[in-house]
Structures are given as C-alpha cells and as structure tokens.
Design a protein around this ligand. Structure first.
Ligand SMILES: [Fe+2]
Length: 137
C-alpha cells in the first residue's frame, strides 16, 4: 500500500506542476481540470494513509521515501500543451487504477474489509477519470 500512497503523493505534485506549466489555446480548460485532479488526489493521499494506520500499518511520510517507492515519474517542469498533458495524466491514472485493483486484491487476501471497501472507491475514482481522459483525445 505504501507503493500506491507514494505514487499518489508524486502524482499530486506532478498535477500541480502541470497546472502551472500547461499553456496553449486550451489553457483555461486544462488549468482548471488539473486543479480538480490534484485536489482529488490530495484527498486520496490522506485517505490511504489513514486507512493504513487504522489497519496497524505504517504509511511512509518522508519525501525521500515517497520518491524511492513511486513508479510515477515527476513532471519535467517545462511548459507543455494540453494534448500532451492528457496523455501523461491518462497513463498515470491508468497506473493508479491498476495499483488500486492490486490494493483491493491484497486486502481481500489479508481479510481487511476496510481497505477492500476503500479500494472500491479508488477504483471508481480512477476508472471514471481514465474513461473521461480517453474521451478527450
Ligand atoms: Fe492554481
């Protein structure tokens, strides 16, 4: 679960970077959507960490540990157009969806009803976002 948490933390900062650095004719729409995305991911970060604590697990909490455990690659910090942002975020959200499904499977095997139930919400969140991003290509 720490891998999922770490990817969510890196994705939060990546979405904020993209929110700042997106530019071009679709700026206004992309800028607003990216803010909505990072607000959503920030809420998931807290939810996942607190679910871990409720289950007696230890969420990582240091930046170095998040970076070490994340698969999501940080944003480049360069200006980017909205169509490239869609591709980057779609790939990341697909990865997060796959990880959420993995969290659910592991929770079911471990008999953790709480985490399995929470994972359903994460799966729902990223399934919808992946579908909508796919529609916008
Ligand atoms: Fe902003």
């Amino acid at each position: 679960m720490n891998a999922f948490l770490s990817d969510l933390v890196v994705e939060y900062h990546k979405l904020q970077s993209l929110h700042w650095y997106v530019r071009g004719p679709e700026f206004f729409q992309a800028h607003a959507k990216l803010e909505e995305y990072y607000d959503g991911v920030r809420n998931l970060v807290d939810d996942v960490a607190e679910a871990m604590l409720m289950e007696g697990l230890r969420p990582v909490s240091r930046l170095a540990d998040f970076l070490a455990q994340a698969q999501v690659k940080e944003a480049s910090g360069e200006f980017v157009d909205a169509s490239a942002v869609v591709e980057v975020v779609l790939a990341d959200f697909q990865l997060l969806l796959d990880e959420a499904k993995e969290v659910k499977r592991a929770a079911e095997e471990a008999g953790s009803d709480l985490v399995a139930a929470k994972a359903d919400g994460y799966i729902e969140h990223f399934s919808k976002a992946v579908w909508m991003l796919g529609q916008s290509r």
